[in-house]
Design a protein around this ligand. Structure first.
Ligand code: BGC
Length: 612
């Protein structure tokens, strides 16, 4: 039988794809975006600039096409090869909206922990790892890159961010963004800007001098954008100097697009769009997360505004072009996503997360070189923090659900931002695997029982936790659930007590003078138990350094009382950042001559530890 010389259908398709690829090769992302826009109808442009929440909302089914329990979805334009946008949270890994069938994925340590490594290459590697999981999960957009400056230790979302210093935060978060986008996935940088507290985030108005703003929060964004080149910037819920961030001409048109030359698109946070014409004219390029907003401003209303000339067609073209530029520049346009989750290498990814956690753990206090644990210790008592089961993670939209299920079921709020999720990697078990000592675990609910168990032990390790989440600030800097009293009682029974903190941010330490050691392990991610055990036993050096100041108490902060606390839900209020301006964090402490518990950059290295 002779083979036909007639090209098969498959070969023709391949040839067409090759020709298209070749034609693109000469074009810049900008030229490709422009060409595509010129071929699009108004309805097709609207497909790109109006995006939905990807999950069930108030009993309503999610929009067709979105991935289950995902954050967002926008339609594509199949006839032009423009893909749908599949959006997933966040900066710590592929998150899931709560529900029956959560996606179980690898969790990085908190952003704060990653920043405490001061190691940009770990930022990049972590970003590449979660970007890879996003792509293999069928997502082409990651709502990552949280870089709001830590102005207040009580902010519930500090764990998602990069600390209080614009250069450090911008560098570390920028590298993470670069890592995510190395997987041909668009990353955001968020929440632009000054969304530095959760209390009243939807209604508060931040007052800030423009110059001080550019030297603080905006500088962190600027550096992250320069370094990471994100395809998108997510504008925040709050107002800034009177205008909502997502229709704030100064923030969006002037600083971001004009002064910094940002070429990508501005997407709204979920429910942060408040209008059609002002938002479109002042710089918003995509309304997403509908129906969190009151109206579908960027759908029919935007089309009508363009038809009537209230929004020039050129502006709609610019919105679409910016989205297409991000797709072309990141590789999303040429590399379609599909669900290939079975290809995720969880074992390798857990190691990436662990490397990050290990370098981010900060040894705050080490009196008498109590750490690393003495090899000849005979009896070690471990107390609290569910250390027998796992490690804590932060809640809200950034919540990554662990492979293998939650270590501690039924903890915390039943509704979002709950539940409280412990990742199944037990520090106790990891310690037992490395030490000949006899271990006793006490849950810590009864301080007297814990103190009794602690008496006479060679070392006592108290695991203290502070769950923080999106949507709420913590009421004060104290550890919750009487843990201060627990630590006090244990330390009194046995001064050879080391406190291991798993917290979102800085906490007060009324017991600091009576314990021998303090270790800040943050939310340490998928292999957090292993990482903590390696540091405690001296298998590796504790090398993390604080990316934030640890105040003695909230009385040392620019706002001893958080603005908005105690107000009725819809009552408007202002947050006055002119108090400290750009003098954020350690700059504030220095300018006021205040002595914190631990300064920015602090971190000890145990005398006997060997570097690996
Ligand atoms: C958060 C964003 C997140 C979005 C989508 C919002 O509540 O502020 O950070 O990306 O939800 O889940």
């Amino acid at each position: 039988m002779t083979q036909s010389l007639k090209p098969s259908r498959c070969a023709l398709v391949l040839a067409a794809a090759f020709a298209a690829q070749f034609a693109h090769a000469a074009d810049t992302a900008e030229q490709r975006a422009e060409k595509l826009v010129s071929q699009m109808t108004t309805d097709e442009k609207i497909n790109l600039v109006f995006a939905h929440f990807g999950s069930e909302f108030n009993g309503k089914q999610p929009i067709a096409g979105s991935l289950p329990q995902s954050a967002g979805y926008a339609k594509g334009v199949p006839r032009l090869g423009i893909p749908e946008q599949f959006q997933t949270d966040a900066g710590i890994g592929v998150a899931s909206q709560p529900g029956k069938k959560v996606r179980e994925r690898t969790s990085l340590p908190s952003g704060m922990a990653t920043t405490a490594t001061w190691n940009p290459s770990l930022g990049f590697q972590g970003g590449a790892m979660i970007g890879n999981e996003a792509r293999l999960s069928g997502f082409n957009t990651m709502l990552a890159g949280g870089v709001n400056l830590v102005r207040d230790a009580r902010n519930g979302r500090n764990f998602e961010y990069g600390g209080e210093d614009p250069l450090l935060a911008g560098t570390m978060v920028g590298e993470q963004i670069r890592g995510i986008q190395s997987q041909k996935v668009i990353s955001t940088v968020k929440h632009y800007a000054f969304n530095d507290q959760e209390t009243g985030r939807n209604i508060l108005n931040v007052k800030v001098d423009e110059q001080a703003g550019r030297q603080s929060d905006l500088l962190a964004f600027q550096i992250a954008i320069e370094r990471g080149n994100p395809g998108s910037v997510m504008c925040s819920y709050n107002r800034v100097n009177g205008d909502f961030s997502c229709e704030n001409a100064w923030l969006l048109n002037k600083v971001l697009k004009q002064d910094w030359g940002f070429k990508g698109f501005v997407m709204s946070d979920w429910g942060a769009t408040h209008s059609t014409i002002p938002a479109a004219m002042n710089g918003l390029d995509q309304q997403t997360g509908y129906p969190f907003d009151k109206s579908n401003y960027f759908e029919g209303a935007l089309k009508e505004a363009v038809t009537d000339g209230h929004v020039p067609e050129a502006r709609l073209n610019d919105m679409a072009k910016r989205i297409l530029w991000a797709m072309a520049d990141s590789g999303v346009l040429d590399n379609p996503v599909k669900d290939e989750a079975s290809k995720i290498d969880y074992a390798a990814h857990a190691k990436v997360s662990q490397a990050d956690a290990e370098e981010g753990i900060v040894l705050l206090k080490n009196q008498g070189n109590i750490l690393p644990l003495a090899a000849n210790a005979k009896r070690i008592v471990v107390i609290g923090g569910h250390a027998d089961k796992g490690v804590l993670s932060g809640g809200g939209s950034a919540q990554v659900y662990p492979v293998g299920g939650m270590a501690v079921p039924n903890e915390g709020p039943k509704q979002w931002p709950g539940p409280i999720v412990y990742l199944p990697n037990s520090p106790l078990k990891a310690l037992q695997a490395r030490s000949k000592a006899k271990f006793q675990f006490v849950d810590g609910k009864d301080a007297a029982a814990a103190a009794k168990a602690a008496a006479g032990a060679d070392v006592v390790l108290v695991f203290a936790t502070q769950w923080t989440s999106e949507g709420n600030d913590v009421p004060n800097m104290s550890l919750p659930n009487n843990q201060d009293a627990l630590i006090g009682a244990v330390a009194q029974a046995n001064p050879k007590t080391v406190v291991v903190l798993e917290t979102g941010s800085a906490v007060a330490m009324p017991w600091l003078g009576s314990v021998a050691g303090v270790v800040e392990a943050w939310f340490p991610g998928t292999n957090g138990g292993e990482a903590i055990a390696r540091v405690l036993t001296g298998e590796i050096d504790a090398s993390g350094r604080l990316p934030i100041t640890f105040p003695e108490s909230e009385n040392q902060l620019p706002r001893p009382k958080l603005d908005g606390v105690g107000l009725k839900q819809d009552q408007k209020f202002g947050v006055d950042y002119t108090i400290e301006g750009a003098t954020v964090g350690y700059k504030w402490f220095e300018s006021k001559g205040l002595k914190p518990n631990f300064a920015f950059g602090h971190g000890r290295t145990p005398a006997s530890a060997t570097r690996t």
